[in-house]
Write a protein of this length. Structure first.
Length: 543
């Protein structure tokens, strides 16, 4: 068969630019809208992270309420409310109706959101599954409430306001409601309920209320009244940087010369370091940074890679911290015992600071209940945000799987009433995709999580064996006391003496023997603790 050739002009008749919203309309899985349950959890995630971020930046103790109502088969309505700073009127339409619009770009700051596509994604999903707008009510606390219904004009990536009104009422915060179809609700490990339960654990300062489609209301009370310090921006470190990053920073800087641009936009960059760089590059660093070429930026990166810099500052990292994690673990998991650990900050990829926090809780409500028993559950977090999906490819999962739990006295990890909590914090979390549910296998990150787990493994083992011994000791005591009652009665008969007096003396004797045994054990334990293998720790030092 003859194939008719076409001219390029014919082919290019169809050539056109599409908007970012159009792209995500066709590729909504990139934003986490894949699967009926995941789509619903994604909506809850986008709304919750925004409320937590906004409260944190404004220094407010968050109160968040989320309700999901069932309207029909795979058809739901969501309501969300926060007591955050509210959104100024002039920004409302861009926040909810425009993708890639937000307050968190290029700030190198440890927040949950980054790209400004989260909540506009909620508007988009709602609109493409039901054809309906979302409704926003928000007030900055000035007595004026803005009530807006909007959709996205997909081809223009711009809000399409359907209804708008303003009325007078005194409250502060943001309320959002919308309808969605093609989603389902359940109470599984990846559900909105579990998402909020885990958010509550990682955000002890937040009060989170959830009303599920059955009308059941769960309140996760806050266990701490300390508002986390507002996140601090830190400048990028010269070692973590790539050519393209420098080029776009150079275009945005206010500095007039490359040398002052370097000093003002990078951390650990001094005049002395700039002098070193000058000796290694072929152009004059007095050059206007906006005129830098790709090749010149490449020279800068190469020079910076050869020079030694101080490690990046880590004061931009905001760990939850051990005391707060412990409070919320006790509050929500009520375990028999727990071990909590916040490690010191580390660096990956040469210059990006990160920090790992871990906790292990045993017994009580720890672990995952699955009808016939309790299984171990692994809670992954990045910047306090629960990661519920894509566990397989995640650095945290890899680190957990690499641990030989038997070494730490946990014979059957999978089937133990254990909750493992792992939070990775960083000003730049290396997610594997835009869905932000899985952390890339950066070598330093995996290694550091493993060390953290080994560390709590050892502490867990100490607790665990102490607890086991306490139980055994008590059983022995009870047994001895039981026999001594019978023995006292027998002896009383034989000797014709008072049985109660004999029992009292026997009991005293037993208690004294047990006390002696306990003291001996304590002594042995002191020696044993020193013997716990610490070769992994040594490995850190030697590297
Ligand atoms: N509940 C809220 N309260 C105050 N501001 C909000 C709220 N939700 C969203 N915003 C603002 O809208 C912006 C865009 O949100 P979003 O699309 O989720 O992107 P991101 O969170 O990545 O910045 C945020 O950067 C923030 O400034
Ligand atoms: Mg967001």
């Amino acid at each position: 068969m003859e194939v008719r050739r076409k001219h390029a002009d014919d082919l290019f008749k169809e050539f056109k630019e599409i908007s970012i919203t159009e792209f995500f309309r066709k590729n909504k899985a990139h934003l986490g809208y894949s699967g009926k349950l995941r789509s619903l959890t994604t909506i809850v995630h986008e709304i919750t992270t925004n409320s937590l971020d906004a409260c944190e930046e404004a220094g407010i103790l968050p109160e968040i309420e989320i309700e999901i109502r069932r309207l029909g088969d795979e058809h739901y309505k969501f309501f969300a409310r926060d007591n955050g700073p509210g959104i100024p009127i002039k920004h409302i339409s861009d926040v909810f109706g425009k993708m890639l619009a937000g307050t968190k770009f290029h700030r190198n700051v440890q927040l949950r959101g980054q790209q400004g596509i989260g909540v506009a994604g909620v508007t988009l999903f709602s609109q493409i599954t039901t054809g309906k707008p979302i409704r926003v009510r928000t007030s900055t606390g000035d007595g004026k409430v803005n009530d807006i219904k909007l959709m996205i004009d997909i081809s223009k990536n711009k809000a399409d306001i359907i209804e708008q009104s303003e009325y007078s009422e005194y409250w502060r915060g943001t309320e959002l409601e919308g309808e969605i179809k093609g989603v389902k609700f359940n109470l599984s490990e990846r559900s909105p309920f579990e998402y909020l339960r885990r958010s509550a654990i990682a955000n002890p300062h937040a009060k989170i209320t959830f009303i599920d489609p059955e009308g059941r209301k769960t309140i996760f009370e806050r266990s701490s009244n300390d508002v986390p310090k507002p996140p601090k921006e830190i400048k990028p470190h010269p070692k973590g940087i790539e050519v393209d990053d420098i080029l776009s920073m150079a275009k945005a800087t206010k500095a007039r010369r490359t040398n002052s641009f370097l000093v003002s936009e990078f951390s650990r960059m001094s005049n002395a370091k700039v002098k070193e760089i000058q000796e290694m590059v072929s152009f004059d660093l007095k050059k206007n940074p906006r005129r830098l070429t790709w090749a010149e930026c490449e020279e800068l990166v190469n020079a910076m890679n050869k020079i030694k810099f101080l490690a990046p500052p880590t004061d931009g990292l905001q760990p939850i911290d051990e005391e707060h994690i412990r409070e919320s673990v006790l509050n929500i998991l009520d375990p028999e015992f727990e071990v909590v650990l916040t490690r010191s900050p580390k660096v990956y990829s040469g210059g990006i600071p990160f920090q790992v926090e871990v906790a292990i809780a045993y017994g009580g409500h720890a672990g995952r209940n699955i009808g016939d028993g309790t299984r171990a559950e692994i809670m992954r977090f990045a910047n306090r945000t629960p990661l519920l999906f894509d566990a397989g490819g995640c650095a945290i999962t890899k680190a957990v799987n690499d641990i030989d739990w038997k070494r730490y006295g946990i014979k059957d990890f999978e089937n133990s009433p254990i909750t493992l909590f792992i939070n990775l914090i960083s000003t730049y979390v290396p997610y594997t995709s835009a869905g932000k549910q899985s952390i890339a296998h950066e070598r330093e990150i995996v290694k550091e999580i493993k060390f953290a787990l080994m560390d709590i493994g050892r502490k867990f083992q100490m607790f665990h064996s102490k607890k086991r011994r306490a139980i055994e000791k008590e059983a022995r005591r009870q047994l001895l006391l039981k026999y001594s009652t019978e023995l006292a009665l027998g002896l009383a008969k034989l000797t014709e003496k008072d049985d109660e007096k004999i029992l009292k003396e026997l009991t005293a004797l037993i208690e004294e023997k047990l006390k002696l045994a306990a003291e001996l054990e304590l002594l042995e334990e002191g020696e044993a603790e020193e013997e716990i293998p610490i070769e992994e720790e040594i490995e850190i030092e030697v590297k």
